[in-house]
Design a binder for this molecule. Structure first.
Ligand code: UDP
Length: 375
């Protein structure tokens, strides 16, 4: 063992006990490295944290439905959790009219009365004709995908509430997350594997962190010197701009606020997620948590989800990957590359609208590269 190495109590200090941090920690611990994980919150699992209340696994930071086409990621996570067979089928409520999401034959039938895929295709073709050339923003992309009627009723209001910006100023890729199908298939995701960890996400992260030293309510940024002195390498999964004290200016994030209520009924809305796609309803969606893993609770717990612009002190949820912020992020990334012995990762460390499977893939990849580097 080198002298430098032995000067540190830990090889890796992982800042953030979310999914990225937990996977990175697991990989390093399995490779025989000495690892410590800290988090400023009072619980592990970051935004995928779930808690059990009234026999309902409550997704405290919003709905998380694991889905992937990545065989390696799926096999990997199945070491730490068994997944149920939950399939996300979202309902959109537009001023009391209910539509099926993602955009499929049920949606087209309700919107236009069309019955066959050919009729639906014809309607879409007619409406998409108004967009000439490559779509330059989310609005144009949405109309090009499904036409103006669906854009107006099911996309515009929801998207503008979620992002607090006009669709004409948002990047097109956001809407391409949603499938468009000419079949009667309500599955929100195009993924080979999908489900919720039985017993909740927190248990899965607990299993990932098994045998690893974890300290909660420890804020790395409040005492960098102390934490840097105990570990050779830092893996930082918090916001990269905060790490650099916002020296190039703050990146923009969207935050989410939940109003959670317990109701004395066993079935409030008959589905895990109902989106409110009009502009007037102040919340974007209502989650009824019991439908992620039905344990037969006689009551129900719902969360109304409100989107807001992030400000210092709020929890950042979504990076705003528009041009302005992407440019600023690239500058922070450059700064990050000059930072010795620090790896930035995860949704906040890489300022990326990552799904969970992409986070796991990214952590597996980064940990593998790191192990090759130090070998
Ligand atoms: N979206 C929409 N209407 C909906 C649901 C989603 O237009 O009812 C679009 C919208 O542009 C949104 C994107 O799809 O920003 C992703 O939304 P989703 O709710 O799937 O994102 P999540 O918060 O679950 O990552």
């Amino acid at each position: 063992m080198s002298e430098k190495h032995s000067a540190y109590e830990y090889d890796y200090l992982i800042v953030g006990a979310g999914l990225y941090g937990a996977v990175f920690a697991r990989q390093m611990a399995d490779a025989g490295k000495k690892v410590k994980v800290i988090d400023r919150r009072n619980h592990i699992a970051g935004n995928i944290y779930t808690r059990l209340e009234d026999n309902i696994h409550v997704h405290q930071y919003g709905a998380h439905i694991f889905h992937t086409n990545n065989e390696d990621v799926w096999t990997y996570l199945n070491r730490f959790a068994r997944f149920n067979r939950f399939t996300n089928t979202v309902v959109a409520n537009y001023k009391g009219e209910l539509y099926s999401l993602p955009f499929n034959m049920y949606t087209f039938n309700k919107m236009w009365g069309v019955v066959t895929p050919q009729q639906a295709q014809k309607k879409i073709e007619e409406q998409r004709a108004e967009i000439k050339g490559e779509p330059k923003n989310l609005e144009e992309q949405a109309i090009k995908l499904v036409g103006r009627d669906i854009y107006e009723k099911l996309i515009k209001g929801y998207t503008e509430k979620q992002w607090g910006r006009p669709c004409s100023e948002l990047p097109a890729f956001i809407i391409r997350r949603l499938p468009v199908r000419l079949t009667f298939d309500n599955n929100y995701f195009n993924a080979l594997y999908q489900g919720i960890p039985i017993g909740g996400y927190t248990k899965m992260v607990e299993n990932l962190l098994d045998g690893i030293s974890v300290e909660l309510e420890q804020d790395y940024l409040k005492d960098r010197e102390k934490w840097n002195s105990i570990a050779q390498t830092i893996v930082f999964t918090g916001p990269i701009d905060e790490y650099f004290k916002y020296s190039l200016g703050p990146l923009e994030y969207r935050s989410v606020r939940f109003e959670t209520e317990k109701l004395d009924t066993d079935n409030f809305q008959g589905n895990a997620a109902v989106n409110y796609t009009d502009a007037q309803t102040p919340w974007t969606r209502i989650i009824e948590h019991k439908w992620f893993e039905d344990l037969g609770s006689p009551v129900t717990i719902i969360s109304r989800e409100y989107s807001s612009e992030w400000k210092v002190g709020d929890e950042p949820y979504y990076p705003v990957n528009d041009e302005k912020n992407s440019d600023l992020y690239r500058k922070y990334k450059k700064l990050g590359e000059t930072e010795e012995n620090v790896i930035f990762g995860g949704r906040l460390g890489e300022y990326k609208y990552y799904d969970m499977d992409a986070v796991v893939a990214s952590a597996l990849d980064a940990s593998k590269k790191e192990l090759e580097r130090v070998r």
